[in-house]
Design a protein. Structure first.
Length: 151
């Protein structure tokens, strides 16, 4: 008799658990608030893949950050030299990609750096160029509108 009571209790517990699970599974998921994230095409950080979807290191970090705070990211491609202007005009809610805090610390609210980079000059091993001053009068390639261009 005791064995039948234990089996009946176990069965009732399992049924209660199944009913509880089925109720939550049928509830519609609430829509997350959207946030427009402006970025500049610059692989491997922010670019479109073959399917036309935004991808890259910055996109993945932004998606994870948004998931953690309960937002749905909407990515918007921007010209690098128009980012701060479009943020001020509310065209985007935040900027994410290839930004330099230097010189803009007091103009915006910053989440802080999540990556540190360096600017380097690459020349052939047998080049006579050893310092930045040696570049005077030389043709140098940089991303247009970037801090590297200013430097």
């Amino acid at each position: 008799m005791r064995k039948k009571a234990c089996i009946l209790l176990l069965f009732a517990t399992l049924m209660a658990l199944l009913c509880a699970c089925s109720d939550t599974a049928q509830q519609p998921e609430t829509e997350k608030p959207k946030i427009r994230i402006g970025g500049t095409t610059y692989a491997p950080y922010f670019y479109r893949n073959i399917g036309g979807n935004y991808t890259g290191i910055d996109v993945e970090i932004a998606e994870e950050a948004c998931a953690r705070i309960g937002y749905e990211p909407i990515f918007v491609e921007l010209d690098i030299d128009k980012g701060f202007e479009l943020l001020n005009e509310d065209y985007v809610d935040c900027l994410w990609c290839c930004l330099t805090m230097e010189g803009n610390e007091d103009k915006f609210i910053w989440a802080g750096p999540y990556m540190y980079t360096q600017r380097v000059v690459v020349v052939p091993a047998d080049s006579e160029i050893e310092t930045l001053e040696d570049l005077a009068g030389k043709c140098v390639a940089v991303q247009a509108g970037s801090i590297s261009e200013e430097i």
